[in-house]
Design a protein around this ligand. Structure first.
Ligand code: SF4
Length: 554
């Protein structure tokens, strides 16, 4: 099916223009770009920028990069300019975007399903050391992000990544982003179904495919057959969640329309059961609806969640079945309530083959190239060469024999990678923040790390599962809206009336089958300096006043 604005997907409009006439839906005949982003995408497919990087920009340097490529199409290959060092958060809002650009890039490596081999991890570590000043953060979408990347080095980085089966293709941009997968797919004792074949097939068919490289906005996918619901399926554009159908056996429950950031929404169930082999077709149907009917006028109304909210689940399913799949989907059951709060697989757990997997917690996802190389060596020595990343900025070594566990745990803990972390180390996540992100207002990673230290010192026996998510701006990269304690970075006034770094507090968010967005506590803002005292007070009060079995979010 054609997919560019010049070649409409439907020869005649599929529907009459109605309430949302003029929102840029291609299926309703609106092909004139309604904003600069849409114009950039119409002018040239983002995937085409690779050739210019390889043949022009990498040879002539940063200043040769076309403006529309620099701030638009580079993202189709995982590249964003990073923040110029030394610009404080107070200036972020008043400077033009180009004044914040450094001549270095952030580069995101997509790791679909979070699956890595030790060889891949070793190469990721080597690239970090050689081209990224040692940086390599684990993200909460199972990816790795580098900083300090020079455009001159990008072709060589691609060559090395692709030689071991990794890529940066569509790691950013208005594209199908990295496909989240259960970090214990194929090995967990309690697994309902292994979604790995569907992840691989979707990747093979659709990633880097120009039929789907001009979407209204980013498109996030999650597929997991784990009863722990371990891929944050509620906040993805499309999610396939493992369920047992009473007649047909294991398969997936289909969810659409989740997403945080502007106007956060939880995904909705379509009530449809999809067998493993039909997941790629269902995925294609949903992403095609998004491409054809998605709103393209306003960037902050362009995610699939707005279309789903306007149509409702029943209408969305009808369009999917009648216009895209040409058949009805089977009805199916909802997932069951997960049996535990933690969904990150940290700790030592038995696999279905009798071996063990060992999950560990770096601090707020921050690792570095040297550490990654050492993790790869440990995994090689103690396992079979397989690792996974999680959606909580954690990692897992697979296939460890029982007699190797203690040695692996000691080796990891010697690198400050804890297998039995405190709830604070385990439950704290932070986005990139002001160190590198152009949108950031405050610092995040360093503050998250020092908050962990303070809480461990002040609350030594605290053993409740708790999530503390720290964002550097009002966006949602660290999922503040669904944390027990969500901290949204902004400038606040200190006691003396000075503008300083601080956070708007959101309390009581949760994922799981009882998901909720945290409540923005009216007027509750803390300065960065007050943060440890504030969190200590909240947790102490919770511990003293909670009833038996009560969780923070309830
Ligand atoms: Fe940057 Fe804001 Fe996202 Fe943090 S939440 S990485 S500061 S855009």
């Amino acid at each position: 099916m054609a997919a560019t604005p010049e070649k409409p997907v439907a020869a005649t409009p599929r529907r009459k223009a109605g309430r949302h006439r003029g929102e840029g839906q291609w299926a309703m005949g609106h092909h004139t770009p309604l904003n600069a982003n849409e114009q950039t995408k119409k002018d040239d497919d983002g995937l085409n920028v690779r050739t210019r990087i390889e043949t022009i920009y990498a040879h002539r340097g940063f200043d040769s990069i076309d403006g529309a490529d620099l701030r638009g199409r580079m993202r189709w290959w995982g590249l964003y300019t990073q923040r110029k060092p030394g610009i404080d958060g107070g200036k972020t809002a008043i400077l033009e975007p180009e004044e914040l650009d450094d001549s270095y890039f952030m580069l995101r490596v997509r790791i679909d399903g979070g699956r890595l081999t030790t060889e891949q991890l070793r190469v990721i570590g080597e690239i970090s050391e050689e081209f990224a000043r040692g940086t390599a953060d684990l993200t909460d979408r199972q990816n790795v992000q580098y900083h300090w990347i020079r455009i001159e080095d990008v072709p060589e980085i691609w060559r090395r990544l692709e030689a071991v089966g990794l890529s940066t293709t569509e790691a950013c941009g208005d594209t199908p982003r990295t496909i989240l997968g259960s970090p214990v797919a194929g090995i967990a004792e309690d697994e309902i179904i292994d979604g790995t074949p569907a992840i691989d097939e979707i990747h093979r068919r659709y990633v880097g495919n120009k039929d789907f490289s001009n979407l209204p906005r980013k498109f996030k996918t999650a597929i997991s057959g784990s009863p722990l619901l371990d891929v944050a399926h509620e906040i993805n554009d499309i999610a396939f969640v493992g369920v047992h159908h009473p007649e047909h056996g294991p398969g997936f429950d289909l969810w659409v329309g989740g997403g945080l950031s502007t106007n956060p929404k939880l995904g909705v169930r379509l009530g449809a059961w999809v067998p493993l082999e039909e997941v790629p077709d269902a995925w294609e149907g949903v992403v095609s609806i998004f491409r054809d009917y998605g709103y393209r006028r306003l960037r902050n109304r362009a995610r699939l969640k707005f279309l789903v909210a306007d149509w409702g689940a029943a209408e969305f399913r009808r369009v999917l079945e009648e216009e895209y799949l040409g058949r009805a989907l089977l009805d199916g059951p909802a997932p069951e309530q997960p049996v535990q709060h933690w969904r990150d697989h940290v700790g030592v757990h038995r696999q279905k083959d009798g071996r063990y997997y060992v999950g560990f917690a770096p601090r707020v996802g921050r690792v570095d190239g040297t550490t990654l190389a050492k993790i790869a060596a440990l995994a090689q020595e103690h396992g079979s060469g397989r690792l996974r990343t999680t959606v909580e900025q954690k990692m897992i070594v697979l296939d460890v024999a029982e007699e190797q566990i203690d040695s692996l745990v000691s080796g990891l803990e010697a690198l400050d990678l804890q297998v039995r972390p405190s709830p604070f180390r385990r439950g704290t996540m932070a986005c990139t923040g002001i160190e590198f992100c152009k949108l950031a207002i405050v610092e995040t990673k360093g503050r998250g790390s020092s908050l962990i230290d303070e809480l461990e010192r002040r609350l030594p026996g605290f053993d409740e599962p708790i999530t503390i998510n720290i964002n550097g701006c009002p966006n949602a990269c660290a999922r503040i809206q669904v944390a027990d304690i969500g901290l949204k970075g902004q400038l606040v006034l200190d006691e003396a009336g000075n503008q300083v770094e601080g956070y708007q507090v959101h309390l009581g968010g949760a994922l799981g089958l009882d998901p909720a967005f945290g409540r923005k506590v009216r007027g509750l803002k803390v300065t960065a300096d007050e943060l440890p005292d504030y969190v200590e007070r909240v947790l102490t009060r919770f511990r003293e006043e909670r009833h038996e079995g009560e969780r923070f979010a309830t």
